[in-house]
Design a protein around this ligand. Structure first.
Ligand code: NAP
Length: 250
């Protein structure tokens, strides 16, 4: 879908047909961004949300595939001829007890690493030129990676998942250093968030209800708010914003 030129800044939010990504897309739309929605399979949901938001378009791409990553950025930039913000939200998880080393197979390590680490890096690499042009228009380009508290503490759905999010946090800092001052790079590291991904994570839900200082899991909107703050703050770069209701304090 090609739109005519817009004066609105443009944000691409990966994995924005459900959960946290959908909330981020809605929030950035409310804040005056034209939004590029994206997912792997759920094209119908993407097109429906695009119609609802108005200044929005949907692009489908499997982020496990490098050619599709490159196409996603090319098509996203082509819609309005600019890209100001990239939110690397899409991610996958596997639940494996940490002591069950045999179940964390090389295939699982590879699959999680491709989608959770390599894809965000490659999207930044492909979007770099467009994001630098944002700086030339007066505001630095902006990347926000959605990582996890599991990348900060020795916790999480599985060791491979936690390790990919720790890697994403480090990539965030390394890119912040390499791309400044034209492009800012930050991350939000959520604790438990109520989304389709975690609907049956009953133990984690109980933990957040009973042990976390805020006594609840985050809503997708809580995380979208944190992302919006990072997008709005032109001086912040290289930050990993932990948003876990204070569980790390206990
Ligand atoms: N929920 C939590 O408690 C929690 C906590 C910490 C961090 N996070 C992180 O937050 C992010 C979003 O999580 P969520 O709970 O909102 O997940 P979700 O509801 O399962 O949504 C995931 C989104 O990512 C897309 N996606 C997954 N694999 C993809 C691939 N290979 N290529 C392209 N798109 C892909 C999905 O598209 P399709 O639906 O089309 O497959 C979907 O739009 C993830 O990075 C996750 O690790 C979540």
């Amino acid at each position: 879908m090609i739109h005519s030129d817009t004066v609105l800044p443009v944000a691409l939010v990966t994995g924005s047909t459900s959960g946290i990504g959908e909330a981020i897309a809605r929030r950035l739309s409310q804040e005056g961004y034209a939004v590029i929605l994206h997912s792997r399979n759920s094209a119908e949901a993407g097109h429906a949300l695009s119609r609802e938001l108005g200044a929005a378009a949907y692009v489908q791409a499997d982020l496990a595939d490098d050619m599709q990553r490159v196409r996603l950025i090319r098509e996203a930039v082509a819609v309005w001829g600019r890209l100001d913000v990239l939110v690397n939200n899409a991610g996958i998880s596997r639940v494996i007890p940490h002591a069950d080393l045999a179940s964390a197979t090389p295939d699982i390590w590879h699959e999680l690493n491709e989608v959770n680490v390599v894809a965000p890096f490659r999207l930044v690499a492909e979007a770099q030129t467009a994001l630098r042009e944002a700086a030339a228009r007066g505001r630095p380009g902006c990347v926000v990676n959605v990582s996890s508290h599991a990348g900060v503490r020795p916790k999480g759905a599985s060791i491979p998942y936690a390790a990919t999010k720790a890697a994403l946090n480090h990539v965030t800092r390394l890119l912040a250093l390499s791309l400044a001052p034209d492009i800012r790079v930050n991350a939000v590291a959520p604790g438990l968030v109520d989304t389709p991904l975690t609907a049956d994570w009953t133990q984690a839900q109980e933990l957040w209800r009973t042990r976390s200082p805020m006594r609840r899991a985050a809503s997708p909107e809580d995380i979208a708010q944190a992302v919006a703050w990072l997008v709005a703050s032109d001086y912040l770069t290289g930050e990993i914003l932990l948003s876990d209701g204070g569980l790390n304090l206990t």
